[in-house]
Write a protein that binds this ligand. Structure first.
Ligand code: NDP
Length: 328
């Protein structure tokens, strides 16, 4: 049964008198640290010595090494990139993560795929915003909520859920509500969006652009028509606000009739099958193992694909279009 929690279920009292150590001061780190402090909680930052350290100091936080912040804090928020987290966790966080403390992740990935195995006696919890860092801060400042997935992987003293809810409220997620999932569910959903929905959509977009260009339409016209005018992005925003079908009412009758009658032709069972195959690779842990060995090997495939990607003419099409329509 899906469990959701709202503002009235969350009490920041669980964090009062405790020091929250935010490890990493990037996208999520900065946004969550500022929100937690503005919610009246005590926050310190743990970072390496460079650019983000300067930013954290400028924002008036007490800044420590990662090891020292983990030692001082009772609640540790792991907000560094997932791929560097296992090593940083093992070498710099683990020594300070003693019995009775809590460690909170913004993604279920490392715990779900056993790349991080926290010790017994600590709470292992998750507050994973469905929002980029800049949005986490902006929503908070504007007094709006944003959804998060939360989770409790290990409940050492019987109140790990309360701590999780208090963090969710402190970062400003309470107004929208938060949903309880397992770490594995959160990680799998996230990876599915990145590996199935995103690429499928990207391929559809590239096919549409190529079809128009091959038929002889000017590149700039195809690019503006399909994507660069922002009309499509506007429609996506209306789907969020009004609903998938309801937003169609904003379009002409010709548009609605043409779209609905032709949409059947694109119902391709192969797409759903490919999505299922990709999801299975994620759920079995095959993707996590593949990505781990790719990193250990020095990212050969990653770098090769990035290089090949740069050969695609879309960047040039975008440049020409922006120049033609004075969008620069
Ligand atoms: P960022 O890439 O923004 O993290 C940057 C921070 O991590 C900086 O402080 C950086 O320090 C530090 N860092 C990078 N590499 C290392 C290292 N090897 N050792 C120590 N510190 C390091 O991360 P995100 O905010 O994007 O992601 C953090 C977590 O939030 C992840 O678990 C992610 O899955 C999750 N998440 C992210 C979302 C997003 O919008 N990006 C959305 C929801 C969840 P330095 O300046 O020294 O490099």
């Amino acid at each position: 049964m899906t469990k959701l929690y709202y503002d009235q279920d969350m009490d920041m009292g669980f964090l009062k008198g405790k020091t929250i150590g935010v490890i990493g001061y990037g996208n999520q780190g900065r946004a969550q640290a500022l929100n937690l402090r503005d919610s009246g909680l005590e926050v310190i930052i743990g970072v390496r010595a460079d650019e983000t350290k300067r930013q954290a100091r400028e924002d008036d936080f007490e800044v420590f090494s990662i090891r020292e912040a983990a030692r001082k804090a009772q609640v540790i928020l792991m907000l560094i990139p997932d791929e560097v987290m296992p090593e940083v966790f093992k070498e710099q966080v683990l020594p300070g993560l003693v019995r009775g403390k809590a460690v909170c992740f913004a993604s279920g990935y490392n715990v779900a795929f056993k790349l991080i195995e926290p010790p017994e006696g600590v709470d292992v919890i998750m507050v994973a915003p469905r929002m980029i860092g800049a949005g986490v801060r902006q929503c908070y400042v504007e007094g709006k909520g944003f959804p998060s997935f939360i989770g409790v992987h290990q409940d050492a003293a019987g109140n790990a859920l309360e701590t999780t809810l208090a963090i969710a409220k402190g970062i400003g997620s309470a107004k929208s509500g938060v949903m309880l999932l397992t770490f594995a569910q959160e990680a799998e959903l996230d990876l599915f969006t990145e590996q199935a929905f995103g690429p499928a959509f990207g391929q559809v977009l590239l096919s549409a652009i190529q079809t128009l260009i091959d038929t002889g339409y000017p590149v700039e016209a195809a690019m503006v028509e399909l994507i660069l005018s922002g009309e499509f992005a506007y429609s996506m925003q209306k789907i969020v606000e009004m609903g998938f079908f309801q937003q169609m009412e904003l379009h002409s009758h010709t548009s609605q009739y043409g779209s609905m009658t032709r949409s059947m032709r694109f119902m391709n069972p192969q797409i759903a099958q490919t999505m299922k195959d990709v999801l299975e690779e994620i759920r079995s842990g095959a993707f996590a193992r593949e990505w781990e060995s790719e990193q250990k090997a020095g990212l050969p495939v990653f770098n090769q694909i990035k290089e090949a990607r740069n050969l695609h003419p879309i960047a040039e099409w975008e440049r020409k279009t922006r120049e033609a329509f004075r969008m620069l």
